[in-house]
Design a protein around this ligand. Structure first.
Ligand code: ASP
Length: 383
């Protein structure tokens, strides 16, 4: 099967030990004012940070902070908008499914002032896993519920089950399924001259010609490069209290039950109210192996700026591959951070997307939401 082959290729190339020269390590300047000549970035409170897909939703969270609301309410109000959005195919409703065509969601929350955490993983049929994660934190003495237990817990709290697989995500999954093997009965595969025509027959009726083209191009893209995608959101209020959340549908076409970094406290999210908050998006497995968000917060505790701290965590990921750019190009990973003083930072393993766009993250400093460039550990783009 092609999926097996791709994974096998990845593992084989890991084992090959052909470590190329370490990539040039870059650290773009932090996109905020520096105080005096000491090189210490100046913070601003309240402040919110999110992955780039949170840009449009940050106004909602900032309004809560400006009215004196709690930081956890602010980050959840922000990500709930994205979870509800069927057009974001990496989070909540509309997320791309696992290999069985089932959407499985992961999420975590941390509340700085009370130093508590909650999370859910492999949750099906509930479109706001971050809200369920909050209830795990508030209504149980556990931290993480998974699978059917998480679903029963959500239902017990009045959440309604719904089919999270949108028409667009289902069509992409079917096309992916058909592209996987020439030995089963699921279609002829991407290399077939018939692929385009057969895939076009899966599309819903009533699409205009440009819409059909857009669907086909997107389906081809998500088959060739199974996307990851997530929203992480962090907030500090005017008093220096912090919270964070990370929510995702995880890696497209994953094995059922695969859990990424997002619901793992210390990996996809970490908050320490004395220091700061950090989160991650991208290849969850790599974040888990360096305990990413916790590492970022610990680096800030030791005096690094948020950007420096994010770069240090990425540096450990690169080290896990002997700094071999060829192997590192197979994935992307980003860290976002915010310290107690309201200084923000973000860093990406690669400076640009495959399409050549700069990797960015979103901030809201009370005046407006905007995107800022991430610092990059490695120059160039992922493959
Ligand atoms: N980190 C998420 C995961 O691995 C996916 C992503 O952020 O793109 O599940």
């Amino acid at each position: 099967m092609k999926g097996w082959t791709r994974r096998q290729f990845f593992l084989t190339s890991l084992a090959s030990g052909l470590a190329a020269a370490a990539g040039r390590v870059l650290g773009a300047p932090e996109a905020q004012a520096f105080q005096g000549t000491g090189g210490v970035p100046q913070g601003k409170r309240p402040l919110m940070v999110a992955s780039a897909n949170g840009l449009r939703a940050l106004d909602r969270g900032m309004a809560i902070l400006q009215q004196g609301g709690d930081t956890l309410d602010a980050v959840l109000a922000t990500v709930n908008l994205v979870e509800d959005d069927p057009n974001d195919t990496s989070v909540g409703y509309g997320g791309l499914p696992n290999e069985d065509g089932v959407v499985e969601l992961d999420a975590s929350v941390m509340h700085g002032p009370t130093r508590r955490a909650g999370a859910v993983a492999s949750l099906r049929e509930i479109k706001n896993p971050s809200r369920v994660a909050r209830l795990v934190m508030e209504r149980t003495d556990h931290v993480l519920l998974v699978g059917p237990g998480a679903l029963r817990f959500a239902e017990a709290h009045g959440f309604e089950r719904q089919n999270l697989l949108t028409e667009r995500a289902r069509t992409a999954w079917l096309a992916w399924k058909e592209s996987m093997s020439d030995r089963d009965s699921w279609g002829p595969g991407l290399d077939s001259p018939e692929w385009r025509e057969r895939t076009a027959r899966l599309l819903p009726a009533g699409l205009s010609e440009p819409e059909r083209e857009e669907w086909l191009a997107w389906i081809r893209e998500v088959i060739l490069h199974p996307p990851t995608g997530t929203i992480n959101c962090l907030a500090v209020d005017s008093r220096g209290n912090l919270s964070g959340t990370t929510t995702t549908s995880g890696l497209a076409w994953k094995i059922a039950g695969r859990v990424g970094d997002s619901p793992l406290i210390g990996a996809g999210l970490y908050v320490d109210n004395d220091v700061g908050a950090a989160g991650s998006t991208g290849r969850g497995e790599e974040c888990i192996k360096v305990n990413g968000a916790h590492t970022v917060v610990e680096m800030m505790r030791q005096g690094k700026t948020p950007t420096e701290a994010c770069l240090e965590a990425l540096h450990r990921v690169a080290r896990n591959y002997g700094n071999d750019r060829t192997r590192l190009r197979r994935f992307h990973l980003l860290f976002y951070a915010l310290n107690k003083d309201g200084v923000h930072g973000g860093a990406s393993l690669w400076g640009a997307t495959r399409g050549g766009r700069p990797r960015q993250y979103a901030i809201h400093d009370g005046t407006a939401a905007r995107l800022v460039d991430c610092a990059a550990l490695l120059e160039g783009a992922e493959a």
